[in-house]
Design a protein around this ligand. Sequence first.
Ligand code: CA
Length: 222
Amino acid sequence: MRLLVVEDNVPLADELIQGLQRQGYAVDWLADGRDAAYQGSSEPYDLIVLDLGLPGLPGLEVLAQWRAAGLATPVLILTARGSWAERIEGLKAGADDYLSKPFHPEELQLRIQSLLRRARGLANQPTLEAAGLHLDEGRQCVSRDGQDVQLTAAEFRLLRYFMLHPQQILSKSHLAEHLYNGETERDSNVLEVHVNHLRRKLGRSVIETHRGQGYRFGGVVE
Ligand code: CA
């Protein structure tokens, strides 16, 4: 999943980005509201973390512009501690959730996971499940019939994307756009290697190849 972090406080942004990268998210970072207004609606982000006090353009304005342009991406706003007015304004402007600073990294992590599931219509799942697999996002491993299967970091982020989009045909370029940020090399051969590793670990039928179209993570969705 590819995330945009908009935060002008550099030490906080650094901490956020490092934490999110450890959790297997591809992260882009912007500090200026005007840049965010543009890039947030032109790149295919899966979720945006938005600070409200920003140079260039206030976060509330940025959010209002995105929503006015029809952007449906989940947005989690970061608000000043105790500022109920900010939270209310943020929710009115179309935020999906908020966190007050300072916050615990694990709370952000869990809220992001839950927003991503909700955005995919999986709000009823406390954890990510599809095709008989159960993904533990905290431990970055998958289990089937109670048996843990260990994953590399790259396999985990690919499998998470598949499990959030079960039974959809996903092209290699689409996957690359959502798994890697702008600076990372998007090599479709690397993707193929990871798909094959997942098949070896989870069974060939778990990911079908649709020639010329892409991959489909399948099976019966429970
Ligand atoms: Ca700020």
